[in-house]
Design a protein around this ligand. Structure first.
Ligand code: SDX
Length: 427
């Protein structure tokens, strides 16, 4: 017997189907609501609205659970690599050793960027934000790869090309922005080590690849790899729903991620921690501002639309701060400030009542600082990590028979009909 929800409006009763997910999450199917009742639902920001069925990532915001294709993110952070996790997200299962080797070779084969693209990088003002450069360059890839493949094999090449070239382009934009020689990808290096080498190697000071730093970057990117229907993924799915190409969709995702309420928060957190540090290290004035409704200031890196408990990724990221800093025998005063801020906030009734906990962005910047990534590239690092998630979500949407063009409705509250008045009669 199919479960239904009963809705009674204006004396009419409507039976709406109830859907249930694998983990017991439930939804009321309102696809026929407007046709049958004339009513739409109202849900700014889609906070209570499911736009798709997905088998990629499961989150439980109350219990702080995050799984990619059913595997807990903690297990992947402990045992996997970013390339293996990317394969898992895109293909729905862990690769065999042969498949992983083949995928790694494909990523290496597509790691170079067309030499003509260098002129694009060189044409940006030196101070241009790397996220603006990255979104433009990803969209420009379409001009160099105009074919839109239909065959599975060719589609996989397109995905590998994106995964590999986005990493190369990020490093290129960094080098060019500093007026330094571009470092090309090396066939003998793994995905993460290659990125670090392209970022930091130079003829006068060869970059020494530290396995602890590589592992920190692997875990950072694994933790960012997907997060179900977040804002940037919704942007990617929207472009996919109008049959836009994957390059345009990822470019839209990068632009959405850039916002400081979303991926841009990791840069904003470090800027906030630096402000606290420069003002003497006392977090209380910032906590009070965050609670003051008349002040637009928000505690960056705190709060989440889904998690109403500690973000499981933040727990791992916090541990990784201590690990990487001790391995590099370094201290970061901003980490001490972050821990103090968290301690005070989590005891404060406002944060407790609002279920505000550290999210993935709160500690991630400390790890990136330890690796040597410049602050204005923090969100680019998030974008590279999220890319396999965007690709898998785009692909799932393309194959979803129930996916429809994204076109939300509205409640009109403007003027009722009125007519044109010639300018001399307007008073
Ligand atoms: C990411 O969706 C994802 O999965 C995103 C992400 C991913 O992996 O893709 O997890 C990555 O984007 C993490 C979030 C990074 N952003 C920040 O850290 C920015 C600071 N946080 C917020 O602005 C806020 O918490 C959001 C944007 C993350 C979530 O906001 P919501 O769900 O729209 O909630 P809201 O703004 O309506 O806030 C609810 C209440 C409000 O108070 P009331 O008016 O109800 O009294 O909580 C308060 C807010 O004022 N609040 C905060 C706060 N976050 C929420 N108050 C102070 N500081 C904060 N950070």
């Amino acid at each position: 017997m199919k479960k239904t929800a009963t809705l009674t409006i204006d004396g009419n009763t409507y039976e709406l189907p109830v859907l249930e997910g694998t983990e017991g999450d439930k939804a009321i199917d309102i696809r026929k609501l407007r046709a049958e009742s004339g009513y739409i639902t109202y849900d700014p920001g889609f906070a209570n609205t499911g736009v798709c069925k997905s088998s990629i990532t499961f989150m439980d915001g109350e219990k702080g659970i995050l799984r990619y294709r059913g595997i807990p993110v903690e297990e992947l952070a402990e045992n996997s690599t970013f390339v293996e996790t990317s394969f898992l997200l895109i293909n729905g299962r862990l690769p065999t050793r042969k498949e992983l080797n083949r995928f790694s070779v494909m990523l290496n084969d597509h790691s170079m960027v067309h030499e003509d693209m260098r002129h694009f990088f060189e044409s940006f003002p030196r101070g241009a934000h790397p996220m603006g450069i990255l979104s433009s360059m990803v969209n420009a890839l379409r001009a160099f790869y105009p074919e839109l493949p239909e065959e599975e094999e060719e589609i996989n090449v397109t995905f590998a090309r994106l995964l590999s070239k986005v990493r190369t382009m990020a490093a290129m934009s960094y080098k060019i922005s500093r007026g330094h020689a571009v470092v090309y990808p090396r066939y003998d290096l793994t995905y993460c080590a290659n990125f670090l080498n392209m970022m930091f190697d130079s003829p006068v000071r060869p970059y020494v690849i530290d396995p602890d730093v590589v592992r920190a970057l692997e875990v950072f990117w694994i933790l960012h790899a997907d997060h179900e229907q977040n804002s940037s993924t919704a942007a990617v799915r929207l472009v996919g729903s109008v049959r836009g190409n994957i390059y345009a969709a990822v470019s839209a995702g990068i632009c959405a991620l850039w916002g400081r309420l979303h991926g841009g928060a990791n840069q904003a957190v470090i800027e906030m921690l630096q402000q606290i540090h420069d003002s003497g290290g006392d977090p209380m004035p910032f906590i009070e501002r965050a609670k003051d409704k008349s002040d637009p200031f928000r505690l960056m890196g705190f709060g989440h639309r889904v998690y109403k408990t500690y973000d499981p990724r933040a727990k791992i990221m916090k541990r990784m701060c201590d690990t990487i800093l001790s391995k590099l025998n370094r201290k970061d005063p901003l980490l001490d400030i972050a821990k103090k801020l968290e301690e005070v906030a989590l005891k404060d009734p406002y944060f407790i009542d609002h279920n505000l906990y550290p999210n993935v962005d709160f500690y991630s910047g400390i790890v990136l600082r330890a690796i040597g990534i410049p602050v204005n590239m923090f969100t680019v690092m998030f974008a590279i990590g999220r890319l396999p998630g965007w690709i898998s979500q785009f692909r799932e949407g393309q194959h979803d028979p129930e996916q429809r063009l994204f076109r939300p409705r509205q409640l009109y509250v403007g003027d009722q009909v009125r007519h044109y008045v010639p300018i001399d009669e307007r008073g």
